[in-house]
Design a protein around this ligand. Structure first.
Ligand code: A3D
Length: 320
């Protein structure tokens, strides 16, 4: 059986890490695309040269032309400009919107059957724009943010409790950004919800609040440390989990920026919710009941995403 072709649109920090992980996991052959000449070619060659050492078989190419996307089964989009210190994700909007228009047109022409994972920020608005620009079915275009946000939450919790990250599950809803909604009562250690762990004396409510806060600002914490860019190892690992669930029809339940058409009371918007990802793309949106403070926080987050989408509509009315 021929190997699947995975196209990475954007070959910067995340793109390079994605390419390496795809090889290590033997998920398929890799095409790295970028507007920067030589960068995708150089990274592709470098990673290919690591394959004999690590013992994986994958074909790597680098390209500056969209033709290279031809027949890709998965496209992962990181093209654009990352956040610099002091810059909010929203500042990126107008630059990256133009990039999404170009990328969407390229995918439409050369890889219309692909499963597309968008990572470019501001995520929820960019994945919305990318779907519009590509015209692909909504179930085939998703955004990566929730897997990363919940991974951060899981890591902080595992560290707090001194238990394995494998036994910590976390539930995060809403847009990617400061308004994201980590749902404490659906987050567990080996099935024990966090509020019960507070009662059991494993941690205090105040510590838990601090961890939730740190999770919300997880991206900014790394931007401030790196100074020259944003996180890339964990974002790449998160997108790979989504791609793998699609390629291997694993039907994992993963928090993703998914198109909502009435679910959670939201229409024509991409917002972070748990979804089942399998061979058909987004096969199901998991809709839980939200009430009280959780509903309020979710609505606030949706409002923030709506603001970004409205700004996109103003900048590029012909996208609609
Ligand atoms: P970076 O290393 O700058 O890579 C971006 C690449 O895109 C560069 O190689 C550029 O040359 C390339 N590029 C720019 N314009 C185009 C274009 N028109 N067509 C093709 N390629 C182009 O950034 P990065 O890899 O660190 O981050 C990529 C994106 O992911 C940024 O928008 C980040 O803000 C975003 N990001 C999102 C998350 C989420 O959780 C959603 C986390 C981390 C980063």
């Amino acid at each position: 059986m021929a190997r699947d072709k995975i196209a990475l649109i954007g070959s910067g920090q995340i793109g390079g890490t994605l390419a390496h992980l795809i090889g290590l996991k033997e998920l398929g052959d890799v095409v790295m695309f970028d507007i920067a000449e030589g960068v995708p070619q150089g990274k592709a060659l470098d990673i290919a040269q690591s394959s004999p050492v690590d013992g994986f078989d994958a074909h790597y190419t680098g390209a500056n032309s969209y033709e290279a996307l031809d027949n890709a089964k998965v496209c992962i989009v990181t093209a654009g400009v990352p956040r610099k210190p002091g810059m909010s994700r929203d500042d990126l909007l107008s630059i990256n919107l133009k990039v999404m228009e170009q990328v969407g047109a390229g995918i439409k022409k050369y890889a219309p059957d692909a499963f597309v994972i968008c990572i470019t920020n501001p995520l929820d608005a960019m994945v919305w724009a990318l779907q519009k620009a590509s015209g692909l079915p909504h179930r085939k275009v998703v955004g990566m943010a929730g897997v990363l946000d919940s991974a951060r939450f899981r890591y902080f919790l595992a560290d707090e409790f001194n238990v394995s990250v494998e036994d910590v599950t976390a539930f995060v809803l809403g847009g990617h950004g400061d308004t994201m909604v980590p749902l404490v009562k659906y987050s567990t250690v080996a099935g024990i919800p966090l509020p019960d762990l507070v009662k059991m004396g494993w941690t205090s409510q105040a510590r838990l609040d601090e961890i939730v806060d740190r999770t919300r600002n997880g991206g900014a914490e790394i931007v401030n440390l790196l100074k020259t860019g944003s996180a890339f190892y964990a974002p790449a690992a998160s997108a790979i989990a989504m791609a793998e669930s699609y390629l291997r029809d694993k039907k994992r339940v993963l928090p993703s920026a998914a198109y909502l058409n009435g679910e959670y009371g939201v229409k024509d918007m991409y917002v972070g919710v748990p979804v089942v990802i399998g061979a058909k793309g987004v096969e199901r949106v998991v809709e839980i009941e939200l009430a009280g403070k959780d509903r309020e926080a979710f609505d606030k987050s949706v409002g923030a995403v709506q603001g970004l989408v409205d700004a996109c509509k103003k900048i590029a009315p012909d996208l609609l």
